[in-house]
Design a protein around this ligand. Structure first.
Ligand code: HEC
Length: 146
């Protein structure tokens, strides 16, 4: 069998130049997950203002808040091995207790999915939002370093 040259594979896009990318990859993934969380944080502040009656309920706002939550559905994949070092508050427990972290993530996702059909009314939104926000706090208490 003929062995394909490395150049041919590179041209075909089959070999990603890992060596060049590796140094940047970990800091990119940290930035990515923080940006995702930060967006959720902003939307959650907006939701809390509605909950407290400081802002009126608005179905479009409720949809934007829950969109930020569904956008974060695969958040737990942004914690590859080696991304515990750097400008991050990810707690070591994410890597020492991956199953526990994934379970928190699953609780968050199920609260979001259970809540989605309810956000079209003010009462429904408030119930759904409260349930999701509780899962943010539970995960942070173990998996986000202070
Ligand atoms: C399954 C666990 C988990 C869930 C659920 C979760 N978070 Fe986080 N969150 C983290 C971890 C871990 C970090 C630290 C990430 C880092 O510093 O690399 C974080 C960081 C953050 C940050 C700081 C981002 C920054 O710029 O440093 C905010 C804000 C935040 N989360 C908001 C939320 C909100 C709001 C929710 C719920 C709607 C939520 N999180 C749900 C685990 C979670």
């Amino acid at each position: 069998m003929r062995v394909l040259s490395l150049r041919a594979l590179l041209v075909a896009g089959l070999v990603v130049p890992f060596v060049a990318g590796a140094a940047f990859a970990q800091s990119d993934v940290i930035k990515q997950r923080k940006a995702l969380m930060s967006a959720m944080g902003d939307q959650t502040k907006a939701g809390a203002a509605i909950l407290k009656g400081e802002q009126p309920y608005d179905p479009a706002k409720a949809a934007a808040i829950f969109k930020a939550y569904t956008d974060a559905a695969s958040f737990s994949t942004l914690f590859p091995d080696g991304s515990d070092k750097g400008d991050t508050k990810a707690a070591p427990a994410i890597w020492s207790d991956r199953a526990g972290f994934d379970a928190q993530m699953a609780k968050f996702n199920s609260a979001v999915q259970a809540g989605l059909p309810q956000i079209g009314t003010e009462a429904g939104f408030k119930t759904a939002f409260t349930a999701v926000a509780a899962t943010c706090r539970t995960c942070h208490s173990t998996y986000q370093a202070r």
